[in-house]
Every structure is written in C-alpha cells, then in structure tokens.
Design a protein around this ligand. Structure first.
Ligand code: AP5
Ligand code: MG
Length: 239
C-alpha cells in the first residue's frame, strides 16, 4: 500500500473531538523532555500518558527475580528484552479505557516493539493518531539529565536550574526528599544515548512510512511544547 493510501486510512481514524482523545507516541532521546512535555499536555488538555520507564521503575522496586533483573537493566542503561517489554505494555494498555486518549512515553523503542504495537492497537481497538519525535542536540542532554531530580513516590520531575523545587532537595507537594535516578550518571547517560542513536532512525522510518511521524525541534525550555501545540490541530483532524 502506498503512502497516500496509508495517509487516507490514518486520517479516517483521527477525527477526534478533543486533544484528550488522541493516541500519541512520544519518541526522543533520554532527556529530550518526553516526560516533561507529557506533563504539560496533561495539565493543559487532560491527555494522560503511560511511561514504559515508570512501569519498569515500579517493577524494579519489587523483591522478585523479575524486579532484580529489571533494576539491573535500567541501571546499566541497556534496553529490556523486546518480548518482556511488549508483554508488560500490553498488560497496561488492556486496562486503559478504550475511549480515553493516551501518550505512550518511551514505548516503542525498537522496530520490533513498534511492529508488535501495530498489532496490539488493532486488537485492542486503539489506532494511533500520531508519533511525535522530539529532537534535542546531544550536548544539551547531559546537562539536563545530570541536573534532573525526581520524587520517587509521585514521579514528579525537577531540574536543579531549569525547574527547581521551591525548597532545594525536597518535593514541592509532600516535602519528601528528591533523588537522582540511578541511570542519570554521566557514564550511563552516554550508554543510553548511544543505544538511542542506533535504534531511533529505523523507528522514525517505520512511522514515517505509515505517515504518522511529526518531528519537533525542542532546543530550549517550553519550545517543544509550543511546537507540539502547533501540530495538535492536524492530529484531531480539524486543520
Ligand atoms: P525512560 O524512563 O523512558 O528513560 P529515557 O527514555 O532514557 O528518558 P528520560 O525519562 O531519561 O528522559 P525524558 O525524555 O522523559 O526527559 P525528562 O522530561 O525527564 O527509560 C528508562 C530505562 O528503562 C531505559 O534506559 C531502559 O533501560 C528501560 N526502558 C524503558 N522503555 C523501554 C522500552 N520500550 N524497551 C526496552 N527498555 C526500556 O527531562 C529530563 C530533564 O531535563 C529533567 O530534569 C527536566 O526537568 C529537564 N528538561 C526537560 N525539558 C527541558 C527543556 N525544554 N529545557 C530544559 N530542561 C528541560
Ligand atoms: Mg521520562
């Protein structure tokens, strides 16, 4: 099937009334701002996200062989095996209300995962409306990630300079201590970036061939969100 036919099919599925019904994927390097932009979208439009990294970090807290294995993979910066990742995401997606939109943050990350997701969204009846690839220069990433602090209980994300908490080192809402992620050390960041470079282009090509891909440059704070907002009208089919 050629690109024009695929575009027509894709458009026929993307006539939503509002942003909170969209089904999107966020692609982007570690530290590109997937989680930060997803939070802005949720706050402004009520569209919620599902982060594969958050699911894995919750699993890593479990005292089980699976929990220990996942913890080790995350701390090394490598990717979890495709079949296990797909199984975990399918379990979460099955519980997601079919009439509610979603942003998938961090999944898929390989073409094999993307192909599995293609089948999954058809089975579950949740066709995708768009794939947003967030581009940030690699030199910006290390500074962002090494300054990131998170509140483990809620997943709230801060940055020591760009988005500092009201009181240094503690969460604004609970007053509990903030922590640095185990994979936010320079050595592991470099490994994560290398893996991303190897897997990103084939993944973008996969979605470009389906005419779903939108690339946004997100070089400075908040610009990525503004550029995403320019794309949203096309995705809800009102442009
Ligand atoms: P995951 O949690 O998905 O990590 P990641 O993709 O490496 O991305 P990050 O969460 O680090 O970055 P982000 O893009 O969300 O940036 P953020 O908004 O926080 O995955 C973790 C691990 O789980 C993987 O390494 C892998 O092991 C495993 N995994 C996950 N999914 C998998 C899959 N599908 N298959 C296999 N394995 C998988 O922003 C970063 C910082 O920058 C923050 O401090 C933020 O405040 C700041 N910031 C954000 N935007 C801006 C801006 N515009 N200007 C200035 N600062 C900014
Ligand atoms: Mg994230």
């Amino acid at each position: 099937m050629n690109k024009r036919c695929l575009a027509a099919i894709s458009r026929s599925y993307s006539q939503h009334a509002s942003v909170d019904q969209l089904r999107l994927i966020f692609l982007g390097a570690p530290g590109s701002g997937k989680g930060t932009i997803a939070k802005k979208v949720r706050e402004k439009y009520g569209l919620e996200s599902l982060s594969s990294g958050d699911i894995l970090r919750a699993t890593a807290e479990e005292e089980s062989p699976l929990g220990r294995m996942v913890k080790e993979v995350i701390s090394s910066g490598k990717l979890l095996e495709d079949s296990l990742m797909v199984e975990m995401m399918e379990n979460s997606l099955k519980q997601w209300p079919a009439n509610k939109g979603i942003i998938l943050d961090g999944f898929p990350r390989t073409v094999d995962q993307a192909k599995e997701l293609d089948g999954m969204v058809t089975r579950i009846g949740m066709p995708l409306d768009g794939v947003v690839s967030i581009k940030v220069a690699p030199e910006v990433i290390i500074e962002r990630l090494s300054g990131r602090r998170v509140h483990p209980g809620s997943g709230r994300v801060y940055h020591v300079d760009y988005n500092p908490p009201k009181v240094e080192g503690v969460d604004d809402v609970t007053g509990e201590p903030l922590v640095q992620r185990s994979d936010d050390t320079v050595e592991v960041i470099l490994s994560r970036l290398q893996i991303y470079e190897e897997t990103a282009q084939p993944l973008r090509d996969h979605y470009d061939n389906m005419n779903l891909l939108h690339v946004i440059e997100s070089e400075t704070s908040d610009i990525g969100f503004q550029r995403l907002e320019q794309v949203l009208p096309q995705l809800i089919g009102s442009s």
